[in-house]
Design a protein around this ligand. Sequence first.
Ligand code: ZN
Length: 306
Amino acid sequence: MVRDVGISEVGPRDGLQMLKGIMPTEKKKAWISALAASGLPEIEVSSFVPPKLLPQMADAAEIVAFALTLPGLHVAALAPNAKGAARAIEAGAHKITLPLSVSRSHSLANVRKTPDEMVDEVRQSTRLRDASPSRPAIEVGLSTAFGCTIEGTVAESEVVRLAIAAVEAGADEVGLADTTGMANPEQIKRVIAGVRREIGDRLTGVHLHNTFGLGLANALAAYEAGLRAFDSSQAGLGGCPYAPGASGNIVTEDLVYMFESMGVRTGIDLWKLMAGRRILADAFPDEPLYGYVPAAGLPKNFRPAA
Ligand code: ZN
């Protein structure tokens, strides 16, 4: 399978954590199976947070174990701290993402730690990684890298400083997350250039939200700036409980359509991908499912990139 970009589906984590209802474990498995069958190379399947805080993710270990049985799938999970990372490693996740918020206020609200205390959690997590036989990749997701609903502007120098700190703490990869959807394409290019100057190709991807409708424009900007890894979620589910007013992720279906119609290979079958929405619609009949392409249907001239 030749892919020009790697799309990581984060709906089962970023999406389900925001919904009022809890998706039963068997339904999650069916949804993740459908997503994987469409050719998605990576799925962030769950989050190793205390079940008390997020009952939607209480079955994280079982979901990771199930996802590991799907052939060829790279299984990613989120962990808010070293304790969560230990659980994710034990469950066998291939990749563990730790959120490191650039905004101090968001960091305190989200994980009750300052950004620099989170760097310590990253360091502890990479030590656990080094001691484990499976050696999963540790990614640091720099949250609120483009703006914060609490603080407003986030200093680009802080994004760069924390990216360096994450790599020094042993992170394999660093991603830039527009948790609040406040980024614009020029800013995306500028921040990517600034971070890459310091950590090179350890900067791998972007995690974008669509709060102000600039999600796809920002994804294209990141692609043009040279990044090749993109998070998105089916039907645009998602958000952050501690970023008030932020809405869902960029829609996987629309992102795949943009790339494929540009001739950029994603390795994803858009028809199969869209079929996965039915499972969501059945599970959450009252939740809005987003996406321009699913609403319009694929145009007659659409051909997947070859
Ligand atoms: Zn997110």
